[in-house]
Design a protein around this ligand. Structure first.
Ligand code: UFG
Length: 321
């Protein structure tokens, strides 16, 4: 199994879950945003999707399927640097797909995002919801989904695109978790504030039309995401074509609800300051994952928000962090 981007947050957890279940894993990563310490579950291939010749090393040994997590993934950065996002996320994916085709590899699980939907038009977002991304990051993911549909038609490539809502939590006992530089995600920032590291938490907007005025998101444990990838692989054996599934728990939590849950988990007070809204943030994003449950048999195991935050807290307070 070739895991592209396996040193990043979701990719490392997928590599770990695959190794736990007995898969032989190779991780392709250029460590541009990934972590060397996450390269513990298989052979490391130091390659770059934007340098197609470097991909040959990944296919030197037989590859039965690919999981593709390589991407730039910050919404606000994508607004400021759209060329970088289209280049990395779309051209990089095309290079990978062409290498897969050249080497006769016909199965792919692609890391997509709720950002393909844009502003939600219903309370829970299912796969039929209109796709109208409002930032280059979401547009880049949607373009790759489209390329995969065309590749299924033209070349018979089998693929499953998994659209995560808000990935969260950690496999703290395996020494991996969420860590980005700069860190823009809510839960890591809340936990840093709980530890008194840096400034108080900035709450981006308290005047949204939500339960308490702050944005609502659907947080899903990263190990549950990893499990969905492994299920998608098996499911594809009997399913030609390009398929997409939404992955979330179906329950939304506001920013302030996350802060309260984190205060409870950590036993610490968390200082917050209300700041202006962040550009490109929809008020509410909550998934319907009925299709993933039905077709993949996916049943998330870490559904309580306190458990998700606790796993992240244990990672943040561990020596590996
Ligand atoms: N937030 C704060 N303060 C912070 C960080 C975040 O108030 O310090 C708020 C944000 O404004 C947002 C919520 O917390 O309302 C969640 O923000 P995150 O940055 O943690 O996550 P996003 O919902 O913005 O983004 C996530 C993924 C993206 C993906 C997007 C799909 O990180 O990759 O969901 O919409 F594109």
């Amino acid at each position: 199994m070739l895991v592209c981007g396996g040193a990043g947050y979701v990719g490392a957890h997928a590599a770990y879950a695959l190794a736990q279940r007995g898969f032989r894993v190779s991780v392709l990563d250029n460590l541009s945003t990934g972590h060397r310490q996450a390269l513990r579950w298989g052979r490391w291939i130091d390659a770059d999707l934007l340098k197609p010749e470097s991909l040959e090393a990944a296919f030197a040994e037989p590859v039965d399927a690919v999981m593709h997590f390589c991407a730039r993934s910050l919404v606000s950065e994508s607004m400021a640097q759209p060329y970088d996002y289209y280049l990395n996320n779309v051209v990089g994916s095309l290079n990978l797909l062409r290498a897969m085709r050249a080497h006769g590899v016909g199965r792919l699980v692609f890391s997509s995002s709720a950002a393909v939907f844009g502003q939600p038009m219903s309370e829970r977002i299912d796969e039929a919801h209109p796709k109208a991304p409002i930032n280059p990051y979401g547009a880049s993911k949607l373009m790759v989904e489209r390329i995969l549909a065309d590749a299924a038609h033209a070349y018979g490539l089998r693929s499953v695109s998994l659209r995560y809502f808000n990935a969260a939590g950690a496999a703290f006992d395996a020494g991996i978790g969420e860590s980005h530089t700069p860190e823009t995600h809510l839960i890591p920032n809340v936990l840093r504030a709980a530890l008194g590291q840096g400034d108080p938490l900035q709450v981006y907007g308290d005047d949204y039309d939500t339960v308490d005025g702050t944005c609502v998101r659907d947080y899903v444990h990263v190990l549950d995401l990893a499990d969905a990838h492994i299920r998608a692989l098996a499911w594809m054996d009997a399913q030609p074509g390009a398929h997409c599934f939404n992955l979330g728990n179906g329950t939304g939590f506001s920013v302030l609800e996350i802060v309260r849950a984190a205060a409870w988990v950590s036993g610490r007070e968390i200082d917050c300051q209300v700041a202006p809204r962040r550009q490109g943030d929809p008020a509410v994003l909550v998934a319907s994952s009925a299709a993933a449950r039905e077709h993949l048999g996916w049943v998330p195991r870490h559904t309580a928000i306190e458990d998700i935050i606790e796993s992240a807290w244990r990672w943040h307070t561990s020596p590996s962090y």
